[in-house]
Design a protein around this ligand. Sequence first.
Ligand SMILES: [Zn+2]
Length: 86
Amino acid sequence: MVRRTTQPEATREEELECIQQTCPACGGWMWNKYDNFRRVRTLDGVVQLRLKVRRCATPECKRFCQPYRPEAEGNGHYLSMSLDSM
Ligand SMILES: [Zn+2]
């Protein structure tokens, strides 16, 4: 289905950080590699999310350069909030 209207402007902005700052495989530091943006509609308004995605910087690690996304993204909080507004 094609969206025929533009997305509404965000009423507030939130930044989601990774709780775990070290690599789960090698314990080394994970660098903030890039940010992803996602807009979610909730009952309180439209939220612009900035997701801080990290990657392991140790070349010998099996998780080298694999993205580690913020834990809050997958816990269903924003999904359930957006489904409530449907
Ligand atoms: Zn690692």
